[in-house]
Design a protein around this ligand. Structure first.
Ligand code: CA
Length: 533
């Protein structure tokens, strides 16, 4: 993909952005869109054309006459075929396009793309919390793991007490949170796919931002018993520190006969919390190389500018991170499915390509069981924002992965063990993708949005990137980066990418994001493809 944009010098002029010289459509960049009869400037895509229709911002305009049945190209990819004649200057939207079929998963190129010729980046550091297992936290948080939804109310009550009464005594601890979820009982826990929610919960409790201080609150009679959630040997930090105690998981069981009355449960949780807070409070930030960052990238509430401004800038920052030796995960199966051939070509080895194909095939079958395909991904907001279908959305989503070779693949809920660019297979659902990236060991999250979402996560700081100036202006105290300046020519993709990279190092060192400032925290939402009983 060539990141070719041709911005104009003033925002008052009509402005179209084409992604590739072979594209026969370009999108309107102007805030508020363009009126029918607008004459395009004499340079740039569609030079001198007169718009036949009113075209909203982010929507496509045909640059040449596109006869019915012929391909419409964007990102140098066929995103659909014209359902009727589209003379030059027409508004091209989802109702005038037929979507192409998904490409198959056989005969794909594997590890054929040449690796970019770039130099490693040295000297970039952040101040983080080094863990005994070598991972690094960007925050110092006490997390209380739960085995089952039944205990959520009790844990939340205890968390409020800990926040008010204990946290002031432990000034080096950033926060306390209960890892509440909807799993644990009333589920087919021996179904093959139950491995996904169970390992997700296990790995969330081991996120680097929790410092290896695992404490569990269980009910007692639930299907997901503490030993099944965290079997002996699954907590590396505790095991290294106290080898003799490695089998002893710290569990407060609410049905324990010793508990008489509600307050005795709360007292037990607070007593155990103190043990972990003591240790967390002794931790201090230390200088760590940028290679200790584990960044998850995601988009949500996407519009047609997502793939033009914010996502390419994230892709540039992804390349910087990979050059600095860090780990970067991109995800969202249904948003990359249509680009599978590009991705298998970029795999570092044929084995990585095969792993990617395996995850796509699993997801195809999962969707088929529900009688849908990847096209169920697009939302009404995507379409009114100018994304006609999942093919177009996917091309704009994949650019977040930059241009590095893909060096590893994770199945949903697995924990990351490699550096470099990783494909972590997850649903595209914002909260489920974020939850699975937390389980994979993410210590920093980058999230782009065009329509706007106030998304935030309790365990990991989320840097939000606006695709449009208009959103950045209205949501000035929710968006951390404005990539809309790329569309108007005020900044280049490279400039915004570097800005994001520097901001990542600052946020990893403790600077608060807007979501943290306001305390915005979405629920952890598990991916459970197994049956409920
Ligand atoms: Ca998403």
């Amino acid at each position: 993909l060539e990141r070719r944009i041709t911005p104009m010098s003033t925002s008052a002029q009509a402005l179209l952005i084409a992604m590739h010289p072979s594209d026969n459509v370009a999108i309107v960049a102007n805030d508020g869109g363009l009126a029918a009869g607008t004459v395009l400037p004499s340079t740039g895509p569609g030079a001198g054309l007169v718009l036949r229709d009113k075209v909203p911002q982010g929507h496509k305009v045909s640059l040449v006459d596109v006869p019915a049945g012929s391909p419409v190209r964007r990102y140098n990819v066929v995103i659909g075929h014209a359902a009727r004649d589209l003379p030059a200057g027409s508004w091209v939207h989802e109702r005038v396009l037929h979507m192409p079929d998904a490409c198959g998963l056989v005969d794909l190129p594997k590890a054929t793309a040449p690796a970019p010729d770039w130099a490693p980046l040295f000297g970039y550091t952040f101040e983080g919390y080094r863990n005994a297992d070598g991972s690094v936290g960007t925050r110092n948080i006490l997390a209380i793991t739960t085995t089952v939804q039944c205990v959520t109310g009790v844990v939340e009550f205890a968390v409020q007490r800990i926040r008010q009464e204990l946290l002031p005594l432990y000034p080096h601890v950033d926060d306390v949170l209960g890892l509440s979820h909807s799993y644990g009982c009333g589920v087919a826990i021996d179904a093959p796919d139950a491995v996904i929610p169970i390992r997700t919960l296990r790995h969330i409790s081991l996120n680097p931002n929790f410092g290896g201080e695992v404490m569990v609150v269980s009910l007692g009679c639930e299907k997901l018993q503490p030993e099944r959630l965290l079997p002996p040997g699954s907590i590396p930090l505790l095991d290294a520190r106290e080898p003799a105690a490695s089998a002893d998981l710290d569990v407060v069981c609410l049905q324990d006969e010793g508990h008489v009355g509600f307050m005795s449960m709360i007292d037990s949780i607070l007593r155990q919390a103190r043990v972990h807070l003591e240790r967390l409070n002794q931790r201090r930030r230390e200088t760590c190389p940028a290679s200790d960052l584990v960044v998850g990238v995601q988009c949500g509430g996407s519009d047609a500018l997502s793939g033009v401004t914010a996502n390419p800038a994230v892709g540039f920052a992804t390349d910087l991170l990979v050059r600095a030796g860090a780990s970067v995960m991109f995800s969202e199966v249904t948003e990359v499915r249509d680009g599978i051939a590009q991705l298998t070509a970029r795999a570092a080895t044929p084995e990585v390509a095969d792993a990617m194909i395996r995850e796509m095939a699993w997801y195809d079958a999962y969707l088929q069981r529900g009688s849908v395909d990847r096209s169920a991904n697009t939302t009404p907001g995507n379409k009114s924002g100018g994304l006609s279908n999942i093919v177009e959305k996917a091309m704009g989503s994949i650019v977040k992965s930059g241009s590095a070779p893909i060096s590893g693949v994770l199945a949903p809920g697995e924990k990351l063990r490699h550096k470099g660019l990783i494909y972590a297979a997850t649903p595209a659902s914002d909260f489920i993708c974020g939850t699975l990236q937390v389980a994979a060991g993410m210590n920093l999250h980058i999230f782009t949005t065009g329509r706007g979402t106030p998304y935030g996560l309790a365990p990991v700081p989320v840097i939000k990137v606006a695709t449009r100036n208009d959103l950045a202006r209205r949501w000035h105290d929710l968006m951390d980066v404005n990539a809309g300046r790329i569309a108007t020519g005020e900044a280049s993709i490279e400039q915004v990418g570097w800005e994001m990279f520097e901001l990542m190092l600052a946020v990893a060192s403790g600077r608060k994001t807007w979501a943290e400032h306001w305390g915005l925290k979405n629920d952890l939402v598990l991916f459970n493809p197994a049956p409920i009983t």
